[in-house]
Write a protein that binds this ligand. Structure first.
Ligand code: ADP
Ligand code: MG
Length: 709
């Protein structure tokens, strides 16, 4: 058994939600393919296969058999961009031809109303009319026939039957006009998905293509794929930074709007972290490469947005299921209409007016637009599923350190307890904390560094999430952590005053006894109170602070952010338990955290929101929603986006459903001639387009950023 391989293939020509299903089925039918998911927005298929049994030729054949084209293998040798323009051109040409033909026909129809109709049918013999219909509708008919050969019925199948019915009774002008509107409808559909894809595409287009790399003393311009970790890249003023890395020399102001949505430029110098796809506005820097391409924060962000289509919302699943029943129902209504009225034209009208595609598009188009627009502002939502859940959430749980606070605590006090010198304590603590990722560890290291103290290599290092760290330093066991973690630390009188100041306490245990208390204070993010007020205004009743920190500190912070409730001295397991508790009572829980220590709780929440995730793998992976920009105002904005999106989705669904019901009824009763039915059929897509495009407009906060840039 060979190991399975996952490949990505660009698929061109999918402009309808139905199409992804067809491609997916075709791919899953290949021997050796274990699974395949097809995405409309990113126009790709992700295929898991056994490379010994399935190859590109088989994939190509399957995709083409389903009526679409393979535009290349992503990340492989094929350049996906080279094949598509030509195809796009042919498609445009065909559409143009259809449209032109339609315009000519419309003139004919106007003529018909002016009483020239008899002459038209007199002058143009029926076979010529039929030929014209076939030519104009050729691409649609071809798809229908192809689908039929795979025993699939698509929405155009029914319409085609309608066209045939019209031809059968000699109404070739009617048939031709129906075909015209079928083409218009097709165009409207591709316009709709195209528009929804735009934000995502704009984002992808920001990906760096080349880098100027120092190799053997010279600067070499090379494709981004050839840059390696460790390479030094040179970035000049006005240029895009091509990699994630660390500045080793130079100064620059960097605009990170492309990944965080924040257009306020940042000063960087030696030691600063910089991110791929951001812009060096002034000054130039040399950057040591830490990550390239898909591994960069930007690369990961794009992947998340592309994969977002895979996490379908429940409403979409419902709509998809409903679409499955839709065609048989329409066929049934058509049959009934014919049996009762014996009128082939009413029957044709029923077949032509139904539009299952717009029903299938109603949700994904809105979700796509929303996810794309949010991503451009540094707000990554990993799927429509989460938008839907956010819109219904009623409990908000918040982690403290690094989430409500800046996560850059400063050590303010060092209180020795048993004779160890101030400096020795700091040096020991910093050595134990050497490899901890916790913000408090960073504070301890910083304090030691400021006093010019050396760090020693710790032995047997252990980190206990939510409690502290422990290691051997110079042969002695040293522990740094909260009161419960360090033996004998819980009843120290010196601790009380510090806690009442709202400080976080770290106890240093040495040789099994408490040796010192370190106090750290962390700055509250300045925008938090305003964000909380806004969340309250939006109707959030249950907002709760969860922290591993002590009671007094938790109380002080909760008070300062506007009197929210809190639970203190929690271990990471306790946080998960609390999330589960709420869930078992039927609440929908959103948890905001920084991914450090709280990743499992984020995962357990119905929606986990990871803050300040740029450059942090854990945070990017932990959250269902990832905020690349550290700004609490994005939290109420996230809820606003979700509510707005769901309003649009519901509007889209209600609109198309109503449209279909009214249209089918009128057609069945004979009030809607096939020509009008066909015209009506192409309208819902445009309605969805217009309605969903509202989501592409920037929200309140982004508006300001846009003005500045
Ligand atoms: P929060 O829930 O506020 O994000 P954590 O769960 O990360 O806090 O940590 C809870 C407490 O555990 C901290 O207040 C601190 O006292 C202790 N602690 C955790 N990790 C460390 C560490 N690396 N060094 C020192 N103390 C730690
Ligand atoms: Mg934390």
């Amino acid at each position: 058994m060979a190991t399975l391989q996952t490949i990505e293939v660009s698929v061109a020509g999918m402009d309808c939600a139905e199409c992804t299903q067809h491609v997916q089925q075709a791919l899953q039918g290949i021997a050796g393919v274990e699974s395949a998911s097809v995405f409309l927005a990113s126009e790709k298929a992700v295929i898991k296969l056994d490379p010994d049994r399935a190859d590109m030729a088989a994939i190509r054949k399957a995709v083409e058999g389903a009526g679409y084209k393979v535009a290349g293998q992503k990340g492989g040798q094929d350049d996906p961009t080279s094949a598509s323009p030509a195809q796009a051109f042919t498609r445009q040409l065909l559409t143009l031809f259809g449209l032109l033909f339609g315009v000519v026909l419309l003139i004919v129809v106007v003529g018909q109303w002016l009483g020239l109709f008899e002459q038209v049918t007199m002058w143009v013999p029926l076979p010529v009319g039929v030929a014209l219909v076939l030519i104009a509708g050729y691409p649609v008919f071809l798809n229908v026939v192809r689908a039929a050969m795979r025993r699939q019925v698509i929405s155009h199948t029914l319409m085609t039957i309608g066209v045939v019915a019209a031809l059968a009774v000699g109404q070739w002008v009617t048939a031709a006009i129906v075909v015209f509107f079928m083409r218009v409808g097709e165009y409207a559909e591709s316009l709709t998905t195209e528009r929804a894809r735009r934000a995502v595409k704009e984002l992808i287009s920001l990906a760096p293509q080349t880098a100027r790399v120092e190799r053997e003393g010279a600067e070499v311009e090379m494709p981004i794929g050839d840059v390696e970790v460790g390479d030094v890249v040179v970035v000049r003023p006005g240029e895009q930074i091509p990699v994630d890395g660390e500045v080793i020399s130079g100064q620059a102001t960097v605009n990170q709007a492309s990944i965080t949505g924040e257009s306020m430029p940042l000063e960087v110098g030696p030691g600063s972290r910089v991110f791929a796809a951001t812009l060096a506005q002034l000054g130039s820097v040399r950057v040591r490469t830490m990550r390239v391409g898909a591994d960069t924060t930007f690369g990961k962000a794009i992947k998340m947005v592309e994969d977002a289509e895979g996490q379908r919302a429940d409403v979409q699943r419902l709509a998809d299921k409903f679409s499955g029943y839709f065609l048989p129902v329409v066929a049934g209504i058509a049959a009934l209409t014919f049996l009762v009225s014996r009128n082939p034209l009413s029957t044709a009208a029923v077949l032509v007016v139904a539009c299952s595609c717009s029903l299938a598009l109603a949700t994904p188009v809105a979700m796509l637009a929303s996810v794309g627009a949010a991503a451009k502002r540094g707000l990554l939502i990993k799927g429509g599923k989460y938008i839907e859940t956010l819109a219904r959430a009623d409990v908000l749980l918040i982690d403290k350190t690094g989430t409500l606070t800046l996560g850059q605590p400063q050590i303010t006090d060092v209180v020795p307890l048993n004779g160890l010198a101030h400096h020795d304590i700091l040096a020991l603590a910093a050595s134990v904390e050497r490899y901890s990722e916790h913000p408090l560890a960073e504070a301890v290291r910083l304090a030691a560094k400021k006093s010019g103290l050396p760090m020693v290599e710790p032995q047997d290092f252990r980190a206990i999430p939510g409690s502290g760290v422990q290691a051997q330093v110079n042969g002695q066991t040293v522990a740094v952590g909260n009161a419960a973690f360090v033996a004998g630390a819980s009843q120290l009188p010196q601790a009380r005053t510090l806690q009442e100041e709202g400080k976080t306490l770290l106890f240093v245990g040495y040789d099994g006894k408490p040796a010192a208390i370190l106090a750290a204070s962390d700055t509250l993010r300045p925008e938090v109170p305003a964000a909380m007020a806004e969340l309250r205004q939006m109707g959030f009743r249950q907002i709760e602070l969860l922290t591993g920190d002590n009671e007094q500190t938790a109380a002080a912070v909760a008070e300062r952010v506007g009197g929210i409730s809190y639970r203190a001295s929690l271990l990471p397991e306790d946080k998960i338990k609390i999330v589960k508790e709420y869930q078992s009572k039927g609440h929908i829980v959103v948890m905001v955290g920084d991914g450090i220590n709280d990743a499992p709780a984020l995962a357990q929440a119905n929606v986990g929101v990871a803050m300040g995730a740029a450059g942090s793998d854990i945070a990017m992976e932990a959250g269902h929603v990832v905020l690349l920009h550290e700004d609490w105002m994005l939290v109420p904005e996230l809820f606003r986006i979700s509510l707005r999106t769901m309003r649009v989705v519901k509007g889209n669904i209600a609109f198309t459903a109503l449209y279909n019901i009214v249209g089918l009824t009128l057609a069945a009763l004979g009030f809607l001639p096939p020509i009008l039915a066909a015209a009506a059929q192409s309208l819902p897509d445009l309605g969805i387009l217009g309605n969903s495009a509202r989501l592409l407009r920037p929200g309140r906060n982004a508006g300001q950023a846009e003005v500045e840039s």
